[in-house]
Design a protein around this ligand. Sequence first.
Ligand SMILES: C[S@@+](CC[C@H](N)C(=O)[O-])C[C@H]1O[C@@H](n2cnc3c(N)ncnc32)[C@H](O)[C@@H]1O
Length: 428
Amino acid sequence: MPSKHRFLLATWTFSGIGTSSSFIKPPGIPIRTVSPPRPLLLLYSSSSESPNKRGHKRRGASEARGDECLLIPVANPNFDSNATSLSGVPYARVISGIDALYPPYELSNRNAISRTDGYWKYVARGELPQSEFTYGEFDIDFFGILLDKSWEHYLDGMSDRGRQHEGSELSPWKNKTFCDIGSGAGRLVLCAAALHPAWKLCRGLEILDGLHNMSKSIADRCVVNDDEECGVIDGDSRHVLRILPANSDAIPCASEHLPLAPIELTCGSFTNPYEYLGDIDCAFVFSSCMKPDLVEELSVAIGRQCKPGTIIITTEFPLYLKGNIEPLADDESMPHGHYELQLLEKINGFCWLLGGESTAYIHRVITSLWEEYSGPRKPPQSSLEEEAFKLVQLMEKGELTDTNAFLRRVRNDMIFHDLPQEFLPDIE
Ligand SMILES: C[S@@+](CC[C@H](N)C(=O)[O-])C[C@H]1O[C@@H](n2cnc3c(N)ncnc32)[C@H](O)[C@@H]1O
């Protein structure tokens, strides 16, 4: 394929990702650039030998797939190879371990899995694919910087009493819970767990089950076997990040691993009010592909469930800082009311997928319905008859105003649950 076509195909592949002027820029927020922007860096290659910027030879990739186009991530040219996280973990070691689990030359495969679940099903039925299902991977070094900055903000938000209460527990993110909301193949969940091994838990929440399944099998590869000589592992964690020695295919020896905080991966959607978010202390959302409606739904989910003080990082789009959460029609016990978030900082950093630069927004939850939500909840169980009755009531009252929108939601749900084509309702 001519290189020009490869470039166009690459651009099209990620056309859902990109900065947009459709959000309102909040005033008075200092912008910091942690690394200078770079030009568009979507690289395609069919060469099997040239190493990428992290020194990975793309061996096997083109041998396996002939002249197929490959997306090759590009490392931050300003990356400081001696940098460590606030917990003292060298970024370079984390990147090396993560690249071994998520080879950069296989990004196209991971992207293809997300398309199977979240893209082609729409295209095949002549519907507009949802841009929010576009899979991409955020840069580890910028992500690490954001976690460190968020820890400083988290501490600032703690009262003196809270600090005294935590006492010696006050090392970075110790005993706190992280969640990557929209965790894809779980890469950032493992990164967070490696950069700060003292987390109580690193969680991932992903809507697409193909990617979720992939994340589970990759995390399983980090589990320490009983007979494995991997040195002493801290705390309760059963996971380690194994680091391959440079230029070697050897099985990693005892010292070549990083401890990982405990990991939990869930398949679900933050738009489901019963998907629990109330345990989170810091969340990251690679929201660059989300439309304003979905960013609003994300803000509502956070305002409904996250405790005051929780730090939320988003990319390209800030959250809606204030709002009123409406009652839930089918569940009177679901809390409703006002929420408020504070935008703390806006930071630009390197992200190859966005053409060199991404803008991240760090928020703090100020007021929420966390207390009323009070722990994980289950949806009220109603029988099929009750569900049908409610629908008929709505239709009779003329409150099921947009039957097409309703049917489209039902249809999309059915598609996601892989129901046979003949069950799908026709929609205009
Ligand atoms: C750009 S990818 C980010 C993957 C990963 N966080 C990373 O940076 O490497 C965004 C992910 O969010 C997922 N997603 C979109 N809407 C979601 C929702 N409502 N609930 C959970 N995940 C969602 C998509 O399926 C996709 O895997």
